[in-house]
Design a protein around this ligand. Structure first.
Ligand SMILES: *[C@@H]1O[C@H](CO)[C@@H](O)[C@H](O)[C@H]1NC(C)=O
Ligand SMILES: *[C@@H]1O[C@H](CO)[C@@H](O)[C@H](O)[C@H]1NC(C)=O
Ligand SMILES: *[C@@H]1O[C@H](CO)[C@@H](O)[C@H](O)[C@H]1NC(C)=O
Ligand SMILES: *[C@@H]1O[C@H](CO)[C@@H](O)[C@H](O)[C@H]1NC(C)=O
Ligand SMILES: *[C@@H]1O[C@H](CO)[C@@H](O)[C@H](O)[C@H]1NC(C)=O
Ligand SMILES: *[C@@H]1O[C@H](CO)[C@@H](O)[C@H](O)[C@H]1NC(C)=O
Ligand SMILES: *[C@@H]1O[C@H](CO)[C@@H](O)[C@H](O)[C@H]1NC(C)=O
Length: 466
């Protein structure tokens, strides 16, 4: 048809125009070819590619549909230099784009709107920035590799969420900042098996959305990484085979590993984990490699089966003995006591060796008997352990000025030599147990002490307890 023919009706012109518009927005063989020529032009050393035919669909490492639409560009590992054309996202049928391990530089163009794209490999280049709309509309995306590029700092944009079939997201050494986005959990990406975010500038906690996720290989190891908080959520990541958390600031006890029946490779070194190594890890049948060096782990030195490769250098934790074997009974009891307050870091750092009477923080002894436990103003959260009743030599128990919750255990009345119990200024509730009259009990500053239960919701409920 010739647009210039005067007899063309207005309606017909409109239809034609709308076709032109839709062909343009969906791309065409002709626009694809133009983008390919532009790509070739922006490669400084294209000769090795042998891209000489006028028709890009006949080029090596390029694949088209029968009607000339480009669906695959696979030019990884070709020693190429140059940059990518800014209109690359007009290749609207593109499914696979691979330029990994070349020397491409400059900012990445947007790939937004490429809703057929399944796999994109950009790793190992010199790309300097990633646009915020990069993932917009990539509804079929399955694999992303962005590792080892000198990006200016960025955060993984929310728009990635539209890639609901995502299986692999790999972006280590990619200058990502901020928190690990919640959407990497199982609710958004039910098929995600690989999440590699090592060597970025991530900080903050593991997202609770990781609970129940299908991730198998999780790399979050850092270089002076700032990921912190507890790793409890991994006890619900039962598909994990590989867990690399080294070089961060994670704290608290190791969780129960018994549900992680596929876990082979567990790297927890160079963090601030406290508490004993759980039997559920030591006896995990699938385990092949474990790294525990440089933490503040307590209790007995774990003895892994000989089939497990163990990285646990001597004197880089707070185990009671350098060889496997049970701790002194006073140490075991104290560890059971601090379990209920989450094995505080300060105590784990200070409680070295197997003798609590060797000037351990908070502990006073007479001969070899613990007579005073003083954890005043120690930032304790959690509850008062009934195991305290096993330390029968205690005379003074000072737990004042913390954030302890729960009740005062009745077991404490069994301590034969107790003279003072100070739990003032906490958040305890419940009846005060019946101590001997010789015991001075200080409970002021606990709003709900003496009440059966702490108020469940609004303060308006308190009248029920009166
Ligand atoms: C990371 O991003 C920051 C800020 O954009 C930049 O100063 C730094 O050089 C980048 N780091 C790397 C390794 O590219
Ligand atoms: C984690 O680090 C952030 C700063 O990055 C800090 O504000 C937060 O209190 C830390 N959380 C824990 C549990 O240590
Ligand atoms: C583990 O999953 C259970 C069941 O969904 C949930 O109740 C619990 O809070 C989860 N624990 C953690 C640490 O995420
Ligand atoms: C973890 O331990 C294994 C076995 O000792 C070792 O081969 C590996 O290099 C260690 N990984 C790190 C990051 O230290
Ligand atoms: C601590 O109390 C628990 C529960 O009563 C008990 O199983 C455990 O043996 C106690 N630990 C010690 C060291 O007495
Ligand atoms: C330590 O306690 C035991 C009883 O548990 C007692 O026989 C011993 O005399 C006590 N030692 C000191 C120095 O008080
Ligand atoms: C209680 O104190 C008495 C007197 O100091 C001491 O002889 C006894 O061993 C103590 N009991 C315990 C269980 O430590």
């Amino acid at each position: 048809m010739n647009l210039k023919k005067p007899h063309l009706s207005f309606v017909c012109l409109l239809i034609l125009l709308s076709n032109v518009v839709s062909v343009y927005s969906q791309g065409s063989a002709a626009t694809d070819a133009a983008v390919m020529q532009e790509l070739k032009k922006q490669i400084i050393n294209p000769n090795s590619l042998n891209w000489n035919d006028p028709d890009p669909c006949k080029w090596d490492k390029v694949q088209c549909t029968k009607d000339g639409r480009v669906i695959r560009i696979q030019i990884g590992d070709q020693g190429l230099k140059g940059s990518l054309p800014s209109n690359i996202n007009t290749l609207s049928e593109l499914q696979v784009f691979e330029v990994q391990r070349n020397t491409f530089t400059g900012p990445l163009p947007s790939f937004s709107g490429l809703n057929s794209l399944q796999s994109i490999l950009l790793n190992g280049n010199g790309f300097t920035a990633i646009p915020n709309d990069f993932f917009q509309g990539m509804t079929n995306l399955q694999s992303v590799y962005l590792d080892s590029n000198p990006f200016s700092s960025w955060t993984v944009p929310e728009s990635l969420k539209s890639a609901t079939s995502l299986q692999i997201f790999s972006a280590y050494y990619a200058n990502i900042t901020g928190k690990i986005p919640d959407f990497f959990g199982g609710n958004t990406f039910s098929s995600l098996t690989t999440l590699h975010l090592s060597f970025n500038n991530l900080e903050g906690p593991l997202p609770s959305s990781f609970s129940g996720s299908s991730i198998q290989s999780l790399w979050l190891n850092g270089i002076k990484g700032k990921l912190n908080g507890s790793i409890d959520v991994i006890q619900n990541m039962t598909r994990l085979t590989q867990l690399w958390f080294s070089d961060n600031e994670f704290t608290g006890p190791l969780p129960d590993f018994s549900g992680l029946t596929q876990l082979q490779d567990c790297n927890l070194r160079d963090n601030r984990f406290t508490g004993p190594v759980p039997d559920s890890l030591v006896n995990l049948p699938s385990l092949k490699v474990v790294n525990l060096t440089n933490n503040i782990l307590q209790g007995p030195t774990p003895q892994f089966p000989s089939s497990v490769l163990v990285d646990m250098l001597d004197n880089t934790n707070s185990f009671c003995l350098s060889q496997p074997g049970p701790c002194d009974s006073r140490v075991s009891t104290l560890l059971d006591v601090v379990k209920d307050v989450g094995y505080p870091t300060e105590l784990a750092e200070n409680w070295m060796g197997n003798d609590p009477c060797s000037r351990w923080l908070g502990i006073t002894c007479d001969g070899g008997n613990i007579t005073v436990l003083n954890f005043q103003k120690s930032g304790l959260t959690g509850t008062i352990s009934p195991n305290l009743s096993s330390i029968t030599s205690i005379q003074r128990l000072i737990l004042a000025d913390n954030s302890l919750t729960g009740t005062i255990p009745n077991e404490l009345t069994l301590l034969p030599n107790l003279t003072e119990l100070d739990v003032s200024n906490n958040q305890l509730y419940g009846k005060i147990p019946q101590f001997k009259s010789s015991v001075v009990v200080k409970t002021e500053g606990n709003v709900n002490i003496g009440k059966d239960k702490p108020p469940t919701s609004a303060p308006g409920n308190t009248f029920k307890q009166m």
